[in-house]
Design a binder for this molecule. Structure first.
Ligand code: Q9C
Ligand code: ZN
Length: 384
């Protein structure tokens, strides 16, 4: 199994759920994991992967990212009554607690670290961790957006500490901005956080000013946070190459896929094959994909299968139906570029000529048309 693809999964992470009525949280269900795993088994993909067991993250590992106070507070949740859990939940946004979520959150962070171990030690070439709860919205002292511990942020710190890795790239393709990851690394140039998210001039959740293109990082980390509101992946590829990551972690949300009740976007699941393929060209292929969002129980497992197919080295589906980006997407792209120009010399000279007349004549109403997502992927490939 040398240089194969790792799959990290444990059924235990399906054993928590929403215990009261909350329309915001009702989409975060155990079936998200079961259908994804069953699709991998049913398609024969799971058999072609190397199974890695999960483990619980230790206190010390969780404290790489979270505060002692927060960890101690979450530690008390398994012993709380339903009433106490509801009250505890109220202090955070868009999240719920359950007596078993603390255990699952430890396993989810542990799963991400198990994946990093396998890939960094060279036992496997790349891999995916199927986890619940997700992580990218959780913050130093707060749960948020279905997330308890920040699995990918912990895994990045762990990789740096245990393996002396200097530069980690975190690509966040979830439809939502991973503000928790951004806050964790905003002043740190050793972790480049690149997020591509629906924004709608702050009307899309989490509705933060700091999710916009002009949040570029702080102090020594200026230039190492790249936010691409709307849907652009392509413009930052020069920067990502200049950064020369030693390890790539993905906050892999599939909530931009067609039919997702949260994202309301229309990316077809094969888009994730292309995104995965792109990232496999970085860091000598050392790529760890960690599940975040994705709430449509049909497109989620399909997207997961496309991702694992690609990780295994299978040919990627041919992109079709290329249509162009809309004007505001082009504007936004230009904004990201100029916001980052002071920090990256590779951005200095290249004008924004990614879209030919042929491509821009096709003005679409949706910022996230399937063709647009594909256009970005193809153009990114051309730039790499
Ligand atoms: N109140 C992840 O995808 N929904 N979290 C907000 C407006 C919260 C998403 C809807 C979505 C959380 C990991
Ligand atoms: Zn999401």
């Amino acid at each position: 199994s040398e240089m194969g693809t790792a799959l990290v999964y444990d059924e235990e992470m399906t054993r928590y759920k929403l215990l009261w009525v909350d329309p915001t949280c009702k989409i975060e269900v155990p079936e998200r994991l079961t259908v994804s795993h069953e699709a991998l088994v049913g398609s024969g993909l799971a058999d072609r992967c190397v199974s890695i067991p999960v483990r619980e993250a230790t206190d010390a590992e969780i404290l790489l990212v979270h505060s002692e106070e927060y960890l101690e507070a979450v530690k008390r949740t398994p012993h709380m009554s339903l009433e106490d859990l509801m009250e505890f939940t109220l202090q955070y946004g868009d999240v719920y607690f359950h007596p078993n979520i603390y255990h699952c959150a430890r396993l989810a962070a542990g799963a991400a670290m198990q994946l990093v171990d396998g890939v960094v030690m060279g036992k496997m070439k790349n891999g995916m961790a199927l986890v619940r709860p997700p992580g990218h919205h959780s913050q130093r002292s707060a749960a948020n957006g279905f997330c308890v511990f920040n699995n990918v942020a912990i895994a990045a710190r762990y990789a740096q500490q245990k393996y002396n890795i200097k530069r980690v790239l975190i690509v966040d393709w979830d439809v939502h901005h991973g503000q928790g990851v951004q806050y964790c690394f905003e002043d740190d140039p050793s972790v480049l956080y690149f997020s591509w998210h629906r924004y709608e001039h702050q009307k899309f959740w989490p509705n933060l000013r700091e999710s916009d293109y002009d949040s570029v990082g702080k102090e020594g980390g200026a230039g190492f946070t790249i936010n691409v509101p709307w849907n652009k992946v392509s413009n930052a590829s020069n920067v990502i190459h200049a950064f020369c990551p030693e390890l790539v972690l993905v906050c892999a949300g599939f909530d931009s896929a067609i039919g997702d009740p949260e994202g309301e976007m229309c990316a077809t699941p094969d888009v994730f094959a292309h995104l995965t393929h792109l990232l496999m060209n970085l860091a000598g292929g050392k790529l760890c994909v960690v599940l975040e969002g994705g709430y449509n129980l049909t497109s989620l497992p399909q997207s997961v299968c496309h991702t694992v197919h690609t990780l295994l080295g299978d040919p990627i589906p041919r992109p079709v139906n290329l249509s162009g980006p809309c004007t505001s997407a082009l504007e936004s792209l230009q904004c990201v570029r100029s916001a980052h120009k002071p920090y990256w010399s590779c951005l200095g000279h290249k004008p924004c000529l990614y879209f030919s007349a042929r491509e821009s004549q096709n003005i679409t109403r949706s910022h996230w048309s399937m063709g647009q997502v594909r256009a970005k992927i193809i153009l990114t490939c051309l730039l790499l």
